[in-house]
Design a binder for this molecule. Structure first.
Ligand code: FE2
Length: 317
């Protein structure tokens, strides 16, 4: 097809820090492009962790759905996941990225790394670009881990030896004012307390009922992950939990511990946050942009914004 542009990706070199994220500047039908170039896209993604598609003709949610379908990978359904975020499905595989209010920052995280079940990749699509702000910060976790191991080797050793646990309190009914407002009924797909407890028990969580609310603590999860190519990454949700799990039910200081229950020193977290901020790239959205993110390599977040912003997401199992 003549409207498919060649894959315009710079020579790949994982030591080249300036080459992130990689961008394909094209035109025409994105679904056709993805179908024709899947293996080159995957090669680029495996190294850089993010590929942005800009300039293609993606006017609405169903065109995004077609592009995701063209990638031809099994979907990861929000409905069955343990995501904390309130989201709304637009098509069976496309949903709003997070319904939290515009002034709420969503800090860097790997999607659902605070749970035992997480997607391997994410697609984002900008349907409506915000008036101002609203970038998606993207951050390479292999770079973060390398820098953290240099500055705080004992912290990285403790993460490796002990893992981490996350705690948070879920409301009985959805709270769209919070970035962590998904109800326990929706999160756990449970109508009753007994069903919620059965699901938590199966997943290795501990829990405590607090009136209508349910406080849960995850099983021990790893904070560092080894990729197939040998790179190690800061694969977790520590920064988002430590900075952002704050609403009328949750205090960030109580959201994370090492796997043995010991406190993670806030001064150590401050170092990790500073490093991650330094490596962050602000993906400023233009309407029609689609980004494909490897969830094991790159963290993402959301900057506050003004005006209307509509970014949709789709997850790959
Ligand atoms: Fe996310």
């Amino acid at each position: 097809m003549s409207d498919i542009a060649p894959l315009d990706i710079s020579p790949l070199d994982i030591s080249m820090r300036g080459e992130f994220p990689l961008a394909v500047l094209g035109q025409g039908d994105l679904a056709a492009y993805i179908r024709a170039h899947k293996s080159e896209i995957n090669d680029a993604l495996a190294i850089a962790g993010t590929v942005l598609f800009r300039g293609f003709d993606v006017p609405a949610a169903h065109d995004f759905d077609a592009a995701v379908s063209a990638y031809d990978a099994p979907g990861f359904a929000y409905e069955g996941s343990l995501s904390n975020a309130v989201r709304v499905n637009i098509t069976p595989r496309v949903f709003t990225a997070n319904e939290a209010p515009p002034d709420v920052s969503i800090y860097l995280h790997h999607e659902m790394a605070q749970t035992p079940i997480y997607p391997s990749k994410l697609f984002f699509y900008c349907e409506i670009a915000p008036g101002s702000g609203g970038a998606t910060p993207l951050c390479r976790s292999d770079w973060v881990l390398d820098a953290l191991a240099e500055k705080r080797p004992e912290l990285v050793a403790a993460f490796k030896a002990k893992g981490v646990r996350y705690s948070h309190t879920m409301p009985g009914a959805p709270d769209a004012q919070s970035g962590q407002g998904r109800s326990w009924r929706d999160t756990l797909g449970a109508d009753t307390r007994e069903a919620a407890e059965a699901r938590l028990s199966e997943l290795g969580y501990i829990w405590e009922w607090q009136g209508e609310n349910l406080r849960v603590t995850s099983p021990v999860l790893s904070a560092i992950r080894k990729l197939e190519d040998g790179r190690q990454v800061f694969f977790n949700q520590l920064i988002a939990a430590f900075r952002g799990w704050k609403d009328e039910r949750n205090a960030p200081s109580k959201s994370i511990t090492f796997g043995d229950g010991a406190m993670i020193d806030p001064a150590d977290m401050a170092v990790a946050i500073e490093i991650a901020d330094e490596f962050s790239f602000d993906q400023n959205w233009q309407a029609g942009d689609v980004a494909l993110i490897d969830n094991f390599i790159v963290m993402h977040g959301r900057r506050p914004f003004t005006g209307r912003r509509r970014v949709l997401a789709s997850l790959v199992a």
